[in-house]
Design a protein around this ligand. Sequence first.
Ligand SMILES: C[S@@+](CC[C@H](N)C(=O)[O-])C[C@H]1O[C@@H](n2cnc3c(N)ncnc32)[C@H](O)[C@@H]1O
Length: 261
Amino acid sequence: MLRFSVLTLFPDLIQDAVQTSITGRALRAGLIELQTIQIRDYAVNDYGQVDDALYGGGTGMLLRPEPIYAAWQDAQVDKNSNPVEQILANDHSPKIKTILLSPKGQVLNQKRVEELAKEDQLVLICGHYEGIDQRVLDEVVDLEISIGDYVLTGGEIAAIVLIDAVSRLVPGVLPRDEAHELESHSLGRLEQPHYTRPANWQGRTVPDVLTSGHQAKIDRHQYLASLAETMRKRPDLFNQLQLDPADYRDLIEFYRSNACQ
Ligand SMILES: C[S@@+](CC[C@H](N)C(=O)[O-])C[C@H]1O[C@@H](n2cnc3c(N)ncnc32)[C@H](O)[C@@H]1O
């Protein structure tokens, strides 16, 4: 069971998203757990203040260190069981990582998602405004993760992206655990295009081999279609693939037969 603890000013946003669809089912099945911690509950005064002006000037407000630290300390404690029970239940000391969602972080990819899915608890800190006082980040953060080279208004959507991507790798969350192993990025390449009924839609037909029933030929076609998709859409990934001469030869043939059009 993987536990997500999210420090946020907008817990409803996280709860609504994660309780929907596949992650919602995983929550209800007890495969993942979601704890949202309202940063404002740790405000520095009765007015609910959690932010302040920047030292040194500049526009915007910064989240203060005290509310973030207090919220983070609460995220470390599973209020339903004591630490000994947690260790016994996990059969090892729980592996916990604190992650700051930040445009300055390492850009999230499938390899990182696979690593994170092996943790017992991920504490996710969502910034807002200009971000968070650096001192508390230096104190608690293990890893900074970005979901892309652009700037969001807050870390919540990035946290939802991370929770979604990591949750689907938790055993039991997908109907077939091996399903994700064949998907885009898991093997360093993109997944091949897929088709469903009807076999002819507005004159666009499905590749003949897919309806041939010849499994070995279908598997080879899908592999080559995956390579072609990667070469076309992500040449950077394609150039890193280790292909043998037969792959190149068949890929050229695949293009010639226009199967990838
Ligand atoms: C407006 S941004 C702050 C940007 C910050 N002043 C900077 O220039 O690096 C507010 C918050 O949104 C979140 N955020 C923004 N862009 C993000 C991204 N690409 N990935 C993950 N989190 C992001 C972070 O939690 C950040 O603290």
